[in-house]
Design a protein around this ligand. Structure first.
Ligand SMILES: Nc1ncnc2c1ncn2[C@@H]1O[C@H](COP(=O)(O)OP(=O)(O)OP(=O)(O)O)[C@@H](O)[C@H]1O
Ligand SMILES: [Mg+2]
Length: 282
């Protein structure tokens, strides 16, 4: 526009003052992603389950992975703590980092990685021991080796954070498997928390639970975000909108779209995303 202003007028326009005292407003600086995936490809030597996926997992946020059955969500989730390593024939290519450090690099201790990047499974899987031992097990084997009151404290705090302490504090010596499904899943979350992880991967953590137990876990996820980076696979669209700030939509092994959850569900850019989130397929 200024090009069309006659030169005589431009002289009347006061020069824009250069603010010396006030620095220009800056967009808040994004924190470094907690984890990054670059050109990640997974196959079983034949059919690819994940193809050329790039994705950043943001620090202390909840990221949801959605998509129809068989599109590779669980396979991709397993890449973040190298759980695919234990599936025979499974090949993972590309780069994944945790705090900028390659997790598939030679210097990465996989046991240490799995303490930093914990996992909660679809079906609650308490070990066949007491409630106390389920939570104490990780700290004992991960080299922290706390004992006595120190270990008691880790168990209590982990169960409190998992929203289970009040229900189990008087029955810590009972079997973990004696709890209800929803309680067992919170026990598994307490077990994950007990080793002080930075990232928690959750693969459909509520799919075996009733609506009340599901709501408890969703509340818990909301409480835990900000303290932990959480990646959750879910088939429940409402759940993704309730708990996550970003959502990645996968289809046939490809990442179709990744954006803020509100955008993915309210104004997606890709037609495939729109069709999926509006229930037209999957
Ligand atoms: N252990 C395995 N061995 C061989 N192939 C596998 C294995 N696990 C998954 N796959 C294959 O990888 C592809 C992706 O499967 P994956 O379990 O990651 O999908 P998903 O999106 O998690 O599906 P769902 O929503 O049903 O859990 C599928 O074609 C599946 O058959
Ligand atoms: Mg799955």
């Amino acid at each position: 526009m200024s090009a069309s202003i006659p030169s005589a007028m431009t002289e009347l326009v006061p020069p824009v003052p250069v603010a010396e005292s006030e620095p220009p407003a800056q967009a808040p600086r994004e924190r470094q992603p907690k984890m990054t995936a670059r050109a990640v490809h997974v196959d079983d030597g034949d059919v690819p389950a994940i193809k050329a996926v790039d994705l950043d997992i943001h620090t202390d946020e909840v990221t949801a992975l959605i998509g129809p059955s068989g599109c590779g969500k669980s396979t991709f989730l397993r890449c973040f703590n190298r759980m695919n390593d234990i599936i025979s024939g499974c090949r993972v290519e590309g780069d994944i980092t945790l705090d900028g450090e390659p997790i598939y690099g030679g210097s990465m201790d996989v046991v240490q990685l799995r303490a930093r990047v914990g996992k909660v499974f679809q079906k609650p899987n308490p070990i066949p021991k007491t409630i106390y031992e389920n939570v104490a097990y990780g700290p004992k084997i991960h080299g922290l080796a706390p004992k006595g009151s120190e270990l008691d404290e880790i168990v209590r705090v982990s169960l409190e954070r998992a929203g289970l302490w009040d229900e189990v504090k008087d029955r810590l010596e009972e079997a973990g498997t004696a709890l209800s499904g929803g309680q067992q899943q919170r026990l598994c979350i307490a077990r994950a928390i007990a080793v002080d992880p930075e990232v928690i991967l959750m693969d459909e953590p509520c799919s075996a639970l009733d609506p009340i137990a599901t709501a408890r876990i969703e509340d818990l996820i909301t409480e835990l975000k900000g303290e932990y980076t959480i990646v959750i696979v879910t088939h429940n669209m409402q759940q993704a909108t309730r708990v996550s700030s970003r959502t990645a939509f996968f289809y046939l092994g490809e990442l179709i779209e990744y954006d803020e959850t509100n955008t993915i569900f309210g104004n997606p850019k890709e037609k495939q995303t729109e069709d999926y989130v509006s229930g037209r397929f999957g």
